[in-house]
Design a protein around this ligand. Structure first.
Ligand code: ADP
Ligand code: ADP
Length: 225
C-alpha cells in the first residue's frame, strides 16, 4: 500500500499543461525517484505533492486521506516533510536551532528528536552551535535534511538533494537516505544525478512532457533515459 498516492494529476500554468495525468504512489520503506529532462514536469509534480501548487485536476492522498486541497504547512503537520533545491535554512540560527524548528513541526512531540537527528547526520559536534550562515554547502544540505527529519515524517520529499555535493558527500547522503527508508519512511527523490538514483532508488519513474513514460527498478529504466 502507498503512504502517499497521486491520481490523475493535471497541472497548468496559464494555458500550458505541465502535468498531463500523472499517477504516482510512494510505498513505505522504499526510495522512489523521478527523473527526466528539464521541463518534463518533475518540479511541478513535487509541488503538487508538497502542497505548494494546487493541481487543476486529480487527487493526492496520504494514508487514504484526501489532502489535495491542504496547503503545505498542513501537510507538514500530517507527516510530509520536504527539502528544497535552493537551500532554505535560517542563516542566523545555529545548526541545532534550525533542527529544533523542524522538531516543533512534528505531529507528535518527541523530546529526543533534535539530538537523535543531529547525531544521525553527524551534526552533534561543535558545528551544532555555529550559525548556519557561512557553513559549506554539504553541511547546509545535512542541516536542511536534519530539519526535515526532526519532525519524524512518514513521507520525505527531496528536491535535488545531491546538488552542490562532492562524491564523498553524495555517498554519505545515500547511506543516510537508505537507512531512513529501511526505517519505514517513504522517500521521493527528484534528482539529476543518475548515479545517485541508480544507487539509491528502488523504483524509478521517467517523466517526459508532463507524463510518466516508464517505471521500474533503476537497472531496467535508467538506460532508457
Ligand atoms: P522540471 O522540473 O522537470 O524541469 P517543471 O515542472 O519545472 O519541469 O516545468 C514543467 C513545464 O512547466 C516547463 O515547460 C516549464 O517551463 C513550465 N513551468 C514551470 N513553472 C512554470 C511557471 N511558474 N509558469 C509557467 N510555466 C512554468
Ligand atoms: P527546477 O530546476 O526545479 O525544475 P526551474 O529552473 O524549472 O526549477 O524553475 C525555477 C522556478 O521558475 C520555479 O519556481 C518554476 O516554477 C519557475 N518557472 C519555470 N519555468 C517557468 C516559465 N516558463 N515561466 C515562469 N516561471 C517558470
Amino acid at each position: 500500500p502507498h503512504v502517499l498516492e497521486a491520481r490523475a494529476l493535471h497541472a497548468c500554468y496559464g494555458g500550458f499543461t505541465a502535468l498531463d495525468g500523472v499517477d504516482l504512489g510512494l510505498p513505505a520503506g522504499r526510495v522512489t525517484a523521478v527523473v527526466g529532462p528539464n521541463g518534463a514536469g518533475k518540479s511541478t509534480l513535487f509541488h503538487c505533492l508538497a502542497g505548494t501548487l494546487r493541481p487543476a485536476r486529480g487527487s493526492v492522498r496520504l494514508a487514504g486521506r484526501d489532502i489535495t486541497r491542504l496547503p503545505a504547512h498542513a501537510r507538514t503537520r500530517l507527516g510530509i516533510a520536504r527539502t528544497f533545491q535552493q537551500l532554505a535554512v535560517f542563516p542566523t540560527l545555529t545548526v541545532a536551532e534550525n533542527v529544533r524548528v523542524g522538531a516543533e513541526q512534528s505531529r507528535r512531540g518527541d523530546p529526543g528528536a533534535v539530538e537523535r537527528t543531529l547525531r544521525l547526520l553527524g551534526l552533534d559536534g561543535p558545528v551544532r552551535a555555529r550559525p548556519a550562515a557561512g557553513l559549506p554547502t554539504g553541511t547546509l544540505r545535512r542541516v536542511e535534511l536534519a530539519r526535515a527529519l526532526a519532525a519524524g515524517p512518514r513521507v520525505l520529499l527531496l528536491d535535488e538533494p545531491a546538488a552542490g555535493l562532492d562524491t564523498a558527500e553524495v555517498a554519505a547522503l545515500a547511506r543516510i537516505l537508505k537507512a531512513l527508508a529501511a526505517d519505514g519512511t517513504a522517500l521521493l527523490v527528484v534528482e539529476h544525478d543518475l548515479d545517485l538514483v541508480a544507487d539509491l532508488a528502488d523504483v524509478v519513474h521517467v517523466m517526459t512532457a508532463g507524463r510518466i513514460v516508464a517505471s521500474g527498478p533503476p537497472g531496467h529504466v535508467l538506460d532508457t533515459v
